[in-house]
Design a protein around this ligand. Structure first.
Ligand SMILES: Nc1ncnc2c1ncn2[C@@H]1O[C@H](COP(=O)(O)OP(=O)(O)O)[C@@H](O)[C@H]1O
Ligand SMILES: [Mg+2]
Length: 389
């Protein structure tokens, strides 16, 4: 295999710290899950957290993800995030990068609403907060992208769209609201079909916008993910990633499909046609990855998608977001792990990764900081090489 560098049209690919990178420069944690009080100055490039199972590695990534997204990537409610014997938790991060540095601070309380401070003030909008430091997260649950149903994949696309196109949030809201209303009517005992059909123009209009945006996104995402997958596996395993809409065509086609399926929708009690039923089709050797790809191929496909997400976000928002990788080395064999880390290195952003096997994290040299996580305590490992740990 020729080891070409991928993403060569990509202005963000840089061997060193990218000038446009967003990075956590300081991190402050008190009372979060099992983590001991923590004041951390991470490396602007690679931060490797190693330790046995159950020590707090994922909890640490969860802190970073929470500061970025105000959600737990493990879908945990705030009450679970606060240390079992405590009443509240404080998470704070200083984010460096264009256009300006910011501080994010969250106070989580058991049994009551959280408090947020952006640059020491209450944020005016949620969107303002979310735009400060988007992150890309990979964790083992993410394998559902290859192994699960279409919903996870639609969520991936819509999540990225929300980050790169501020006009899409309202479109998705409008579509979702109209869909729920239409379905509610369909479920009623004697639905007024005129009232049901009254939602069709709204669904067709916002649905067509959503489909067009997802398609354009997949056009950017797919070639990058395919290139990374090839880089991991060689080109002997053809992968195909494409948008698979239920209804081909735009607004008119959607409107027509909704009208056509009205009787059937009534019988099943929900709206069958539209972008809420679309998929991001993943194929390996021309067959669906969900049932036909090996585990290793599925993992690589998901990692490739996540790297593509990082590249697309970097391009569109003009800043490379931090990449949080939970337990990544258990996902890949040695050869592929080596290639994966090379690829990661080229992207030039800040990376936080956790592993039980630091010897598999083949990131050499400059910019790597190693940390050991033990019973919630995070300590810096002074040696440059993980093998000494
Ligand atoms: N609210 C909490 N309070 C105290 N400990 C917690 C809380 N939530 C989770 N834990 C502990 O955190 C540990 C798991 O940490 P985790 O980061 O998932 O481990 P790993 O290092 O394997 O990624 C477990 O020991 C669990 O009991
Ligand atoms: Mg973990």
């Amino acid at each position: 295999m020729t080891e070409t560098r991928h993403g060569d049209d990509d202005a963000t690919a840089a061997p060193a710290e990218s000038p446009g990178a967003l990075r956590f420069e300081q991190l402050f944690v008190r009372g979060f899950r099992n983590l001991e009080p923590l004041d951390l100055s991470p490396s602007p490039r690679f931060n490797v957290f190693s330790g046995d199972n159950g020590q707090g590695k994922s909890n640490l990534l969860e802190v970073l993800a929470y500061l970025s997204t105000l959600r737990s990537f493990r879908a945990a409610p705030a009450d679970e995030l606060v240390r079992r014997d405590g009443q509240d938790a404080v998470l704070a991060g200083k984010v460096e990068g264009p256009p300006a540095p910011h501080t994010l601070k969250v106070r989580l309380h058991r049994g009551r609403a959280r408090e947020l401070a952006l640059d020491d003030k209450r944020p005016r909008t949620l969107a303002g907060w979310l735009a400060v430091c988007p992150v890309v997260v990979f964790h083992p649950g993410e394998l559902a992208l290859a192994q699960g149903g279409p919903e996870t994949r639609r969520k991936l696309l819509d999540g990225i769209l929300e980050e790169i196109d501020p006009s899409m949030g309202p479109v998705m809201l409008e579509y979702g609201k109209a869909l729920r209303s239409r379905n509610r009517l369909l479920r009623s005992e004697r639905p007024d079909l005129r009232a049901v059909a009254a939602f069709d123009p709204i669904l067709a209009r916002s649905g067509a916008l959503l489909v067009a945006a997802r398609r354009a996104l997949v056009d950017e995402l797919a070639p990058r993910a395919q290139a990374t997958f090839e880089w991991l596996f060689g080109d002997s395993i053809p992968v195909d990633i494409r948008y698979a809409p239920r209804i081909e065509g735009g607004q008119d086609a959607l409107l027509e499909a909704l009208a056509r399926s009205l009787d059937k929708d009534r019988a099943r009690g929900f709206t069958a046609e539209g972008p809420h039923a679309d998929d991001l089709a993943l194929q390996v050797h021309e067959r669906g990855a969900r049932h036909h790809a090996s585990q290793g191929q599925q993992r690589s496909l998901v990692l490739a998608l996540k790297l593509a997400e990082l590249e697309v976000l970097a391009r569109r928002i003009g800043r490379v977001p931090p990449f949080l990788l939970d337990d990544v080395s258990s996902e890949l064999d040695r050869t592929r792990a080596g290639r994966f880390f090379r690829r990661l290195s080229d992207l030039g952003g800040q990376v936080f990764l956790t592993t039980t096997m630091p010897e598999l994290v083949l990131l050499e040299g400059e910019g790597r900081a190693d940390f050991r996580v033990e019973e919630g305590r995070v300590s810096r490992v002074k040696t440059g090489s993980s093998r000494d740990m």
